[in-house]
Design a binder for this molecule. Structure first.
Ligand SMILES: *Cc1c(COP(=O)(O)O)cnc(C)c1O
Length: 341
């Protein structure tokens, strides 16, 4: 099977497994796991933040950040396609009592004007707006990258109104590879940043959140409360360290392969896609053929040994990643041409 469902399907390579098996470990709830500490220092350094915290998943990372930035009854602004709103099982309302105000962006990307207009005033009828969360790259937006100028404009609105900024940077390194903007420059515009090790980077488990020392010490307590305190977690942190060192700079290959797929699929009659939006490792194409829906395409592809994801009734998502070869891409294109030319 050629698995294009997600960049989370990668499996640790023999080299990665070796460093994991040999990792020095300790009880991280006691702060005694040297490999976890090294991972946290490494990510803090990459993002130029003062402190960082290893967490079991991106969802927990986002939710811990929301929890620390807010009080129950506060409001958070985000776009209506973002992971926090769409894919985190209402955790912000369950665990932090936070109301989400969702705005409709362009491919998930919001503007400073739009956000400024959505900030609540001091009227006692309104929830205090405490947090703005952005997603870069934007998954449901098709992997598009936020222009740094847009984020800077949003951050200055946030400062003006004393509102915290959180970055869901599950694929921040993909954004950096596309834009050439150092991850530090993105991170500098946010009070907290979450990055995933288990997406394009190819580690088996884990995410890291970064921020100020006081933010991270509160986050450490929240992580315990959320059940995310792990013991000899150096075993999995070692996979993350390996991924940061060896897999960060090859993300460009995933982007090139996504572009190759998009170019070929865009030429086929039943489908349409905007090539300019294929910026990173995600390809979302729309089905224009009236008789065909996304489930049909996914099933037909699966019968031809290609796994994809139905995004909605008329859209299918493909994601490129570390475990694919050039041959997989060529085969996928050949199957698409055979089926849909
Ligand atoms: C995958 C992802 C997350 C976190 O997902 P987990 O599966 O909980 O690790 C968060 N945000 C975005 C945009 C993602 O794609």
């Amino acid at each position: 099977m050629i698995d294009l469902r997600s960049d989370t399907v990668t499996k640790p390579s023999p080299e990665m497994r070796k460093v994991m098996a040999e990792a020095e470990v300790g009880d991280d709830v006691f702060g005694e796991d040297p490999t976890v500490r090294l991972l946290e220092e490494t990510v803090a350094e990459i993002l130029d933040k003062e402190a960082a915290l290893f967490v079991p998943s991106g969802t927990m990372g986002n939710q811990i950040c929301i929890h620390v930035h807010t009080q129950p009854g506060d409001e958070m602004i985000c776009d209506d396609q973002c992971h926090i709103f769409h894919y985190e099982a209402a955790a912000a309302s369950m665990f932090s009592g936070v109301q989400l105000k969702t705005l409709t962006g362009t491919d998930g990307l919001l503007s400073a004007e739009q956000i400024e207009a959505a900030i609540n005033d001091d009227d006692i009828h309104h929830a205090p707006t405490r947090l703005i969360a952005l997603e870069n790259t934007h998954n449901r937006g098709g992997g598009v990258v936020y222009p740094i100028e847009t984020i800077a404009a949003i951050a200055s609105v946030a400062r003006k109104f004393n509102i915290a900024m959180h970055l869901d940077g599950a694929r921040l390194f993909n954004a950096s590879v596309y834009s050439g903007v150092d991850p530090r420059r993105y991170a500098a515009l946010f009070d907290s940043v979450m990055v995933c090790l288990s997406k394009g980077l190819g580690a088996p488990v884990g995410s890291v959140i970064a921020g100020s020392p006081s933010f991270i010490s509160k986050a450490r307590r929240a992580r315990k409360a959320f059940g995310g305190g792990m013991r000899q977690a150096g075993i999995i942190a070692a996979g993350g360290l390996y991924a940061l060192e060896h897999h960060r700079h090859r993300l460009i290959e995933d982007h090139q392969r996504a572009k190759q797929l998009a170019l070929a699929i865009g030429e086929l009659k039943p489908f349409t896609l905007n090539l300019d939006k294929v910026q990173t490792n995600i390809v979302i194409f729309s089905i224009t053929d009236e008789k065909l829906n996304a489930e049909d395409v996914v099933h037909t592809l699966q019968a031809n040994r290609i796994l994809s994801l139905a995004f909605d009734k008329k859209r299918v998502r493909l994601v490129t990643h570390l475990d694919l070869t050039d041959d997989d891409i060529h085969q996928t294109i050949a199957v698409f041409r055979k089926l849909y030319s």
